[in-house]
Design a protein around this ligand. Structure first.
Ligand SMILES: Nc1ncnc2c1ncn2[C@@H]1O[C@H](COP(=O)(O)OP(=O)(O)OP(=O)(O)O)[C@@H](O)[C@H]1O
Ligand SMILES: [Mg+2]
Length: 249
């Protein structure tokens, strides 16, 4: 049995009168890629926002690495200290700030004299963008504003940040939607490589072929509830498609 990294149990979340998550439980184990699937409006992004500490849950329990956490005190910063990093659908980047600042925001590199080492931050940023993600756009400079990047480049930047800080759990909400064909392949390869490094990820996509290729397990939700939890080895791509259609009826 693999080690449990993260467990959210019996989670409820409402926005005003709208009950978006209704008694959802999600467990993530070491060395797995969990495909979180479901129709538009099923609650996937909301669940991700709760997992990553962006949104507070109304009810339920949270544990990471076997340690039970207080949901009222759980936030993005806390999640990061436990090695959990998220790439959001509606980007988590500060668009009017430079690329390198976005990578190191809140986790600045400090030199011997206690000053922020901007030169080093820029060098690491550029290396991540050019060499890790292979971004070739002419606007990709360490001090370009994020607002000048393409959608794909922005996703790449958010992923590069997670990689640089060596996150153990990486959550990606539709990371390939805005990407060009070569960028998509890079992101998919990256998600695959995570597992080889004993890291786990949770990955949302509407592209079933990508989900099937990458995931080791699928969690299907609908109207804020878990409907199916299936290991990849137990289902074919066609079977997965049929299951999704049946669930979304
Ligand atoms: N801040 C909010 N206020 C009110 N309702 C919200 C809010 N955020 C989400 N919702 C509602 O909650 C439901 C789930 O939204 P969510 O974004 O989690 O869906 P999703 O599964 O990510 O969908 P998609 O695949 O289209 O991205 C939707 O009906 C949405 O309108
Ligand atoms: Mg969504």
């Amino acid at each position: 049995m693999s080690k449990e990294l993260l467990a959210f149990e019996n989670i409820y979340k409402s926005y005003g009168k709208v009950d978006v998550l209704k008694n959802i439980s999600l467990t993530l184990y070491e060395n797995e890629t969990l495909g979180l699937l479901g129709d538009n409006g099923a609650g996937k992004s909301t669940l991700i926002k709760c997992l990553s500490g962006l949104e507070e849950i109304d009810k339920g329990s949270i544990s990471i690495n076997g340690k039970k956490l207080n949901p009222k005190k759980y936030n993005i910063k806390k999640a990061r200290t436990y090695g959990l990093e998220t790439v959001y659908q509606d980007s988590s980047l500060a668009k009017e700030q430079e690329i390198y600042k976005n990578i190191f925001l809140g986790r600045e590199l400090v030199n011997f004299f206690g000053f922020i080492d901007i030169k080093k931050e820029k060098a690491i940023s550029l290396n991540l963008l050019k060499n890790f993600l292979g971004l070739r756009g002419s606007g990709v400079l360490a001090d370009s504003k994020v607002s000048t990047l393409s959608g794909g480049e922005r996703q790449g930047l958010a992923i590069a940040r997670a990689v640089h800080f060596n996150s153990k759990i990486i959550i990606l909400d539709e990371p390939t939607t805005a990407l060009g064909i070569k960028e998509v392949k890079k992101v998919l390869d990256f998600i695959k490589a995570l597992r080889e490094h004993k890291k786990s990820s949770i990955f949302i996509t509407h592209n079933l072929a990508h989900a099937y290729e990458l995931s080791t397990r699928f969690l299907i939700i609908d109207k804020g509830e878990v409907k199916e939890n299936i290991l990849k080895k137990d289902i074919s791509l066609q079977g997965l498609q049929n299951t999704l259609l049946r669930v979304a009826k």
